[in-house]
Design a protein around this ligand. Structure first.
Ligand SMILES: [Zn+2]
Length: 149
């Protein structure tokens, strides 16, 4: 619980948009809910976790204490291999400010709203295999994004 500042998100007086070429120009610190803390702690080690229900067996994302499929409170953490495929994507902005939002379906059965990075946006396609990469955020936990596998 030492990094609880990530929840607050406050104390960031810098409002200047710093643009860096190649990828999302700014990655704001993620808002970390207590029930998702293990997810973000694992992200620091480059590991991607999803939740699986011990009652119905379904996986879900974003991580919650209560299974969204059957409302069971018996959920466990499952380490994802970090591999999946592009379900849909949309590239926005131009030049250095260009970034690509995507839904990525993990092999473990969950779909994440994320960014596609480290790639040529023009060469992306639906169904393409991707793997997770963790990108540093501004003063918070690393954020899982995806690059061509
Ligand atoms: Zn369930």
């Amino acid at each position: 619980m030492s990094t609880n500042q990530a929840t607050a998100g406050a104390s960031a007086p810098d409002a200047k948009p710093a643009t860096k070429p190649g990828g999302p120009s700014r990655i704001p610190a993620p808002r970390v809910l207590p029930e998702a803390m293990p997810f973000w702690e694992a992200a620091k080690d480059g590991r991607l976790l999803v939740k699986r229900c011990e009652d119905c067996g379904e996986t879900h994302y974003y991580p919650r204490d209560i299974c969204p499929h059957c409302m069971s409170a018996s959920t466990e953490w499952l380490e994802s291999k970090g591999l999946g495929m592009v379900y849909s994507f949309s590239t926005m902005g131009k030049e250095e400010a260009r970034y690509t939002l995507a839904y990525v379906s993990l092999d473990e059965g969950v779909t994440m709203l994320t960014n596609l990075v480290d790639c040529d946006a023009a060469a992306l396609s639906i169904g393409q295999r991707v793997k997770v990469v963790f990108k540093p955020s501004e003063g918070g936990y690393p954020v899982p994004m995806f690059a061509p596998a």
